[in-house]
Design a protein. Structure first.
Lengths: 335, 335
DNA sequence: CTGAAAGCGCTAACAG
DNA sequence: CTGTTAGCGCTTTCAG
């Protein structure tokens, strides 16, 4: 079953021309008579010619491959982000090399070396690895764009950061303006994004002269579920909950419903990320939207600069966020 | 910033030997003195040598690349499946080329050609594309393993099928044995897997002399949510619901809770797939487990046969399913 | 066990 | 506009 492919040589012979000319014609190089190009293209098609990308990158001694490493595949936000970056990469003529293997601080080097073997010209890191050291370690190997909240610097590294603080601020201001006073927060794990959100929540509560209430968990549904359990089992009941991400919010929403509480009448709730399901009738979750398309476009643009050897300036850009209001938020019940 | 890499030549020169021998040593070819190999390896490491995979596959005129195309990235089941296949592929020495772009019947050819350019030696299709024609179309291009329920045949195609019927049968038998009589079904879309599940449900209800009740939707949460709305707004209330997959079940569960109904006291519910969240406290969903590891291993094994030119026999194997009982199922309330 | 030589399929630099 | 000539970095005979 070993198939053999048509080569440039085959096409060249068939049209009685040189390999070089065929190559030029097929790649859209200007120096080819239009008529010739048509002929060549037709023959290539007829012979079922597909360029051998390995040969090409060997000859060009560079490759269009850009690695794409995804944080948590179990997090729909990361998956959506990955799709956006992938699409942008393809659009810009790159060949994404996606890795589904979870990468942690210690496997980062191994993954980078894998990309080196593929002669990837850059890598885009989605919210992973967690530590700045590990991020820098990757950047030491090849041009790197990191999308996430962890601060890290290296001459071969550019960062697309999320304005976690600005996002939380918008959400909190809205809740406060509506009259909420007992606002609780269910936080994510130790990653920078979660930590930043929690820190901003605390600061805002403090500034408003209110008593903060933080439940810490991870960026998953069960944390939201448990968090609500804890929040409503003792102490004053919150009238609003700020979740560190949408998944937590979903878990929280679920628990509230099974406790017979309704949203937003009894409790308002705000998430973070605006993942696809947030807009669904099922949740109709107010949340802080991350503009994934903008992130992706910026990340690829930065990768391009890095590849060309001109690190982008600034090497860290922050994408603004905005609050999207849906049915999960209302003024507190007058009581 | 154009980095240049150490080549085999560089290492060879450094140890005063030929490229050929260095190549052999590094790849673990037997014909090398152990001491020499050590020396070479050390030098390669010191020079930070990373083999150029493009050059290798060009020289070998074959590549270790295997494409992996994922059905719906928004479906956690598919994502988990993809990770399992990816891991198995790596374990077997292949280089997965994952595609995040959604593939439909018409883009199938384009995607196959992309893989051809990469000289991928095979492709693994996860529940996509939907039609047998499109699946066969891919197989016409390169050795293909399809994991899913759509029946399709081609000499270069092997299938890992799910025993949808067996799975539904187990679930239904269990519900019937517990005494449920009003069992409703919320179905998925037109794909083969969903259709097979629905067909089996209908057959089982018929055999038991019971009145079937089918709500059709898609394999997403909102379908479950809406389905429950419909089921409980008119007609006799079901005591059990068989969902075509776990996501539908989650949506259903959610709606039931907000309607003040409790699971399993008021309604039992069974899903399909056993995605990671099903086991969570949050849902504790009884479901039909697909053994993802077994699927992945079989798929890669089949790919291997196909690549070596010996199509596996049989070319379609079915993975058995089993019912996993959790808290979402109980006997019907005596009324 | 080791080396020399011949490509794999493509692009690039230089002539016409 | 088109052809010729060199490689890109690696594996693979085929000789020693």
């Amino acid at each position: 079953m070993k198939r053999t492919f048509a080569t440039l040589e085959d096409v060249a012979r068939a049209v009685n021309m040189s390999r070089a000319q065929v190559s030029r014609a097929l790649r859209g190089d200007p120096g080819v008579r239009e008529q010739t190009r048509e002929l060549i293209k037709a023959m290539a098609h007829q012979l079922n010619y597909q360029p051998n990308l390995a040969a090409r990158s060997l000859a060009e001694s560079r490759s269009a491959t850009v690695g794409l490493i995804i944080g948590e595949l179990s997090n729909p936000f990361h998956v959506t982000q990955a799709q956006a970056v992938d699409e942008e990469l393809v659009q810009q003529g790159y060949e994404p090399a996606v890795s589904l293997r979870p990468i942690n601080d210690s496997s980062a080097t191994a993954e980078a070396e894998r990309l080196l073997r593929l002669r990837a010209s850059a890598v885009i890191l989605l919210a992973t690895p967690h530590s700045s050291e590990a991020i820098v370690e990757v950047a030491r190997h090849l041009p790197t764009v990191y999308i996430g909240s962890t601060p890290a610097w290296h001459r071969q590294l550019a960062t697309v950061a999320t304005d976690d603080t600005g996002g939380v601020r918008q959400a909190m201001e809205h809740l406060l303006r509506l009259g909420h006073r007992r606002i609780a927060h269910i936080g994510g794990g130790p990653e920078a994004s979660a930590a930043d959100r929690t820190a901003c929540y605390l600061a805002m509560m403090h500034d408003a002269g209110l008593e903060p209430r933080v439940i810490s968990g991870a960026h998953d549904a069960i944390s939201g579920w448990k968090g609500v359990g804890t929040l409503f089992s003792s102490g004053p009941r919150p009238t609003a909950i700020l979740a560190s991400n949408d998944i937590i919010a979903f878990g929280a929403l679920d628990r509230l419903k099974s406790m017979g509480l309704s949203v937003p009448e009894d409790v308002s709730i705000v998430g973070f990320d605006d993942i696809p399901d947030a807009a669904s009738e099922l949740f109709s979750l107010s949340t802080i939207r991350q503009d994934i398309g903008m992130q992706a476009a910026l990340a690829v643009k930065m990768a391009k600069s890095l590849i060309s050897g001109h690190p982008p300036t600034p090497d860290r850009q922050t994408i603004p966020l905005r609050l999207v209001l849906r049915r999960s938020v209302a003024p507190p019940r007058a009581d």
